[in-house]
Design a binder for this molecule. Structure first.
Ligand code: NAP
Ligand code: GDD
Length: 327
């Protein structure tokens, strides 16, 4: 039976990937940080099949110990400080977890090896944030990086380390350059979930306004459930490689706002949305749009959920959730 070790198990993608791998017959292990992580209980309540092992991406020996205990056939490194805005305030921590954490895991895999002398296959959660101030439109695996945040810089480090360990030691290490992906499990700090959650609360009379930052940014937004399938597909290939995963469409935040407020029957979003300087970033990524043709051709991957369906899914989920809470 294949065994997966997932870092970032409590995050949006960790949850989707666990569910997906479990359905495929995997034994699923998750790396859990902290001495009494409050997220453990709710995670196990929803996904009772997950087995937790203690460890932290900033602690090398805990990664070695986790690999020895689990003996995984595949490692998915999803753990990170992933909130770009926070990375400006905690740049050193972000570099350590999101950047050097990748090196620690690669080195641990190289030293520990895999069960029965089978090499462990490794997935690195790289990001479209690495393109930053984009050099070409759309962005592909060949587009140069110009990161615009400490988070983006850390991801570039992790990406290049993954490629380097593949080339230097022959590790089956792949890097998925994933564009923004969202859904009802998205953290509330990210703009799409902040909008869908606020729309639900405004509709139910629990909130009056929604304060946001730069509304002109454009993102290539897909559904997280579609994107974790691409992670798995990368590790099933004979040869490791790097792949862009994206929808190929870009939308302004105002388009997300329009669809979300309409979906809840609230009409014009401008009546409810205000601008607050605190949500602007020292440097912004203005536009992202990915070219996933390599993944489509080589992995047979294709997104299933389109942009309007994604917005609707998130708003309907949050309306139901808030209505249940209000009872
Ligand atoms: P997320 O919801 O923010 O989850 C991040 C996870 O990392 C959490 O489980 C968190 O654990 C864990 N973590 C934080 N610090 C850690 C540490 N020191 N050691 C071990 N684990 C640690 O992120 P996501 O949206 O699921 O994204 C998954 C990965 O894909 C991340 O690496 C992200 O940077 C990358 N990515 C995401 C997107 C996207 O649009 N979602 C796009 C491209 C790349 P706690 O909950 O215990 O803090
Ligand atoms: N979070 C947030 N909150 N963003 C806002 C707000 C707000 O109130 N107002 C405007 N924005 C703008 C941000 O300035 C940014 O341009 C855009 O909305 C998207 O912000 P986020 O949803 O925080 O995502 P992100 O694009 O910065 O980063 C996400 O995607 C990356 C892939 O490109 C994260 O998931 C990263 O971990 C991921 O790598």
């Amino acid at each position: 039976m294949p065994r997966a070790l997932i870092t970032g198990i409590t995050g949006q993608d960790g949850q989707h990937l666990s569910e997906f791998l479990h359905e495929k017959g995997y034994e699923v292990f998750g790396l859990m940080k902290g001495q009494n992580n409050p997220k453990a209980e709710s995670l196990l309540a929803e996904f009772p099949f997950i087995r937790l092992v203690s460890g932290d991406l900033t602690d090398f020996s805990s990664l070695v110990a986790a690999l020895r205990v689990v003996e995984p056939t595949e490692v998915y490194n999803l753990g990170a400080i992933s909130f770009v805005a926070m990375s400006f305030n905690q740049a050193e921590l972000t570099s350590n977890v999101t950047g050097v954490g990748v090196l620690r895991m690669l080195e641990a895999i190289r030293l520990v090896g895999g069960p029965n002398n089978n090499p462990i296959r490794f997935y690195q959660a790289s990001s479209s944030e690495m393109y930053g101030q984009v050099r070409e439109i759309p962005q592909s695996e060949l587009t140069a990086f110009h990161p615009r945040s400490p988070y983006g810089v850390a991801k570039v480090f992790g990406h290049h380390m993954t490629v380097n360990y593949r080339e230097s030691y022959g590790l089956h290490a792949s890097s998925g350059i994933l564009f923004n992906h969202e859904g009802p499990r998205r953290g509330y700090e990210f703009v799409t979930r902040k909008i869908s959650h606020s729309v639900a609360r405004i509709k139910l009379g629990l909130q009056d306004t929604l304060l946001l930052g730069n509304l002109a940014a454009k993102r290539d937004w897909g559904y997280a459930g579609d994107y974790v399938k691409a992670m798995w597909l990368m590790l099933q290939q004979d040869q490791p490689d790097d792949y862009v995963i994206a929808t190929g469409e870009t939308h302004e935040i105002t388009e997300f706002l329009q669809l979300a407020f309409e979906c809840a029957g609230l009409g014009d979003w401008k009546k409810y949305v205000g601008i607050d300087k605190q949500y602007f970033r020292p440097a912004e990524v203005d536009l992202l749009v990915g070219d996933a043709s390599k993944a489509e051709q080589k992995l047979g991957w294709k997104r299933e959920v389109d942009f309007p369906s994604l917005v609707e899914m998130m708003v309907r989920h949050d309306l139901d959730m808030e209505a249940r809470r209000a009872k």
